[in-house]
Design a protein around this ligand. Structure first.
Ligand SMILES: [Zn+2]
Length: 145
């Protein structure tokens, strides 16, 4: 095995990417070749140094990340507020429109409820709806004997 071939394969050997047979040939070469042994030592030293390397953290990174995490939440808060406003507006408009739909005759909320329920009391004669609407449980129908 030539020195150039050995030295191009040292990195792969360090990463455990070579077969056992190739590794054995490299080991045999390193025991007899000082130049390749020096190359191997430099490579392992560099690998160890890179493994211990700690990436420097930029100043204020934590604050920047926290700000970016907070920003979408604020936006979703605005969306919730807008949704709540739409709901309130819809309920208010719905109430106003319902009151004008029923002629505005209802003097209070209870009256409005009665007015709206009366719409459903207009059933054809003899239909099930007419029977249900005419049913009045308070009067009793002879269950007590
Ligand atoms: Zn060599």
């Amino acid at each position: 095995m030539e020195c150039q071939t050995v030295q191009t394969q040292l990195s792969a050997w360090l990463d455990d990417e070579l077969s056992e047979a190739t590794g054995a040939m490299l080991t045999a070469h390193l025991t007899s070749c000082e130049a390749c042994r020096r190359e191997w030592r430099q490579l392992t030293a560099l690998d160890a140094a890179l493994g211990n390397l700690v990436a420097p953290v930029p100043m204020g990174l934590a604050e920047q990340v926290a700000a970016k995490v907070r920003r979408p939440r604020r936006r979703s808060g605005w969306q919730s507020a807008a949704l709540a406003a739409c709901l309130v507006l819809g309920i208010a408009l719905g109430g106003t429109m319902a009151r004008s739909f029923y002629g505005g005759a209802a003097p209070n909320e209870a009256g409005a409820e009665v007015a709206s329920l009366e719409v459903f009391h207009d059933f054809p004669q003899g239909s099930l709806g007419a029977v249900v609407a005419s049913y009045q449980p308070e009067e009793g129908n002879g269950n007590h004997q």
